[in-house]
Every structure is written in C-alpha cells, then in structure tokens.
Design a protein around this ligand. Structure first.
Ligand code: UDP
Ligand code: MG
Length: 311
C-alpha cells in the first residue's frame, strides 16, 4: 500500500521541520512506501527553501511551487492531481491536525471504508468570532445543502484512490472539497479528535478568504438562496396585494384615507432591499457560472520535482 500525504503550505516556515519529523514517524509505521507532497501556495517567507531542503535530503518529499497564492482548496487540488498513492491523506501544515491520528484513521479504512475524516470535538486557540462563524455556517449549510456534509469537519482526512480519481474528474473552479467528497459517496466514516492550536506562525485564512469559502460551499451545494429570492418575492407581492385591497376598502367603503407618505416610503425601501438581496444572490451564482465557463487552468505550477504529474 502506497500512501500520499498532501500538505498545502502558506507561510509555514515555523512548522515545516516539526511537521516533517512527526509525519515521517507516523508514515514509517504504516508503510515503507509513501510520499509527502508539499504545495507551496505563494508563501512570502522561507517555506519554499525549507521544503526544497527536505526534498534534497529525503527522496520521499515532493514539492509543487505554485506561481502565486491560489488559496488552500486549490493548493490541495494541485496535490491531488500529482499524488500517486493508493491512500491519500490531506492535512494542514500547522499541526492543528495531529499526524498521529492518521494511524487511527487508517485502521478504520482497513475496516472497509473509502473515506475517513477527522471530526473536531473541541477547537483550541481559535478566536471566538471564528468559532461561532464556523459553527453557524456549518449548521446553515447542513440545513440547506442538497447532500449531507458532515458537521465540524475540515479537510483532514484519508481517502481511497477511487475517491481521489473521481474528485480529480470534478471540474468546478470554486472548490469546496469536503462537500465534493461527501457528494462522491462510497462508505465514509469519521474519528473524533480535539483540535489543538496552531504550533507556530499565523493563520493564512483571513476573514475575507473564509467568507469566499463559505459562499463557495453554499452555492456549490445548495440552490436555497436562489429559491429564497423568489419566495421573498411571492411573500412581498402577497403583502402588497393585501395592502392594496385594504387601501381600496378604506377609501371607498369607510371613506377615510390617510395621506400615506410613510407607507409609500417604507414599501419602496422594503422592495428595494428585497430586490437588491435577490440580485445579489443571482450575482453569486452568475459569477460562478462565468468562472467555470472561462475554463482557466485551476493553478499554475512554477516548478516541481514531481515527475509527470499527469500519470
Ligand atoms: N493555506 C494555504 N493557502 C492559503 C491559506 C492557508 O495553502 O491561502 C494552508 C496553510 O498553510 C495550512 C492550511 O492551509 O497548512 C490551513 O490554513 P490555516 O491553518 O491558516 O487555517 P486555519 O486553521 O486558521 O483555518
Ligand atoms: Mg490552522
């Protein structure tokens, strides 16, 4: 059994050494044959040099240096395209995902599963805002998504080659890998763990990146926002119709009419708001359609020591 480990790295110079040692320790227990694939996602620190040094001294280390920062999901996709193992692990470089857990996850694979993901019981060292936005996001997504996407789960997981091949054939540009993997199906299960804090360095996931990622998840796996827009349209039209009937009734039956300045302003604002929201949702989907229609390559490799990445 050959193992591939995909490690996206963005400004991780403080963590590479320790990660490599712990990772190698774990994998040597599992199999004599493995590859560690580091994808350098446009780091501005010493990350690339450190990874190249490792690749020099250990033939099992591979690297892919992207030409700029493409974002975590795309860096992982580049690793998926290049990996050759029968079992493929995705893991963060900052040691928030403990490499030792891979042993437990792999044991579950041997029980006949094709995907084993790691589910966070606790999350240490994250800001309150991040914890709550993540919590709320995963719960909303679970409610509106057309498939079951597991709660409180990142990309830390181990997958069978079959799953990886399907994943590689899914062409969408706005990657939400954990959703795509759920969509693929097969037998999936999880192990639980307490997520520790980042070992060194700082998070590369800004709130802007998290927001884009959340929108990618929602628009990739749910049409609820589009439907919400039309439902709001119906409700508002209904309210407007009732108001019209009421106004006519007041004028012709009760013979009393207000100079309805306030109500006019309120309804204009209300309608304007709803229209803007609806347009916004349509825009979200349209922008994704347009980026898929453009069909650009997902990433650009500047240099790599992976031979024939397409084989
Ligand atoms: N990462 C990346 N590109 C980015 C941001 C992050 O490749 O634009 C990598 C990062 O090096 C790490 C993983 O993705 O290995 C998770 O990122 P991070 O720990 O910053 O996210 P957090 O744990 O704070 O959500
Ligand atoms: Mg992290």
């Amino acid at each position: 059994m050959k193992y591939s480990v995909i490690i996206p790295v963005f400004n991780e110079e403080a963590n590479i050494g320790m990660l490599y040692r712990r990772m190698a320790g774990v994998l040597e227990v599992l199999s004599p044959s493995f590859e560690l694939i580091f994808i350098n996602d446009g780091s501005r620190d010493n990350t690339l040099a450190l990874v190249k040094e490792l690749a020099q001294s250990d033939k099992r280390v591979r690297f892919i240096n992207l030409s700029r920062n493409f974002g975590h999901q795309i860096a992982v996709s580049a690793g998926l395209d290049a990996c050759k193992g029968n079992r493929v692990v995705i893991i963060d470089a900052d040691l928030q995902d403990p490499p030792e857990l891979i042993l437990e996850m792999d044991a579950r694979m041997n029980d006949g599963f094709q995907v084993v993901y790691a589910r966070r019981r606790k999350r240490k060292g994250e800001s309150v805002v991040k914890l709550w936005t993540a919590r709320i996001f995963y719960r909303i997504l679970a409610n509106i998504a057309s498939i079951d996407i597991p709660l409180d789960t990142g990309d830390f997981r181990i997958m069978d080659r079959k799953v990886v091949d399907v994943l590689k054939s899914m062409p969408e540009q706005n990657k939400f890998l954990r959703g795509q993997i759920s969509w693929i199906g097969f037998k999936q299960t999880f192990v639980e763990y307490d997520r520790s804090e980042r070992q060194g360095g700082q998070t590369g996931y800004t709130y802007a990146k998290m927001f884009r990622f959340a929108l990618d998840g929602i628009t990739s796996f749910s049409d609820a926002p589009l439907r919400l827009a039309s439902w709001m349209g119906f409700v508002v039209s209904g309210v407007a119709f009732i108001a019209l009937v009421y106004a006519l009734y007041g004028k012709f039956i009760l013979h009393e009419s207000e100079p309805g300045w306030a109500s006019v302003i309120v309804s204009i604002l209300f309608l304007g708001g709803i229209q803007l929201i609806s347009l916004g949702f349509i825009g979200e989907y349209l922008s994704r359609i347009s980026s898929n229609v453009k069909n650009r390559p997902l990433y650009v490799v500047a240099e790599s020591n992976v031979e024939n990445p397409d084989e």
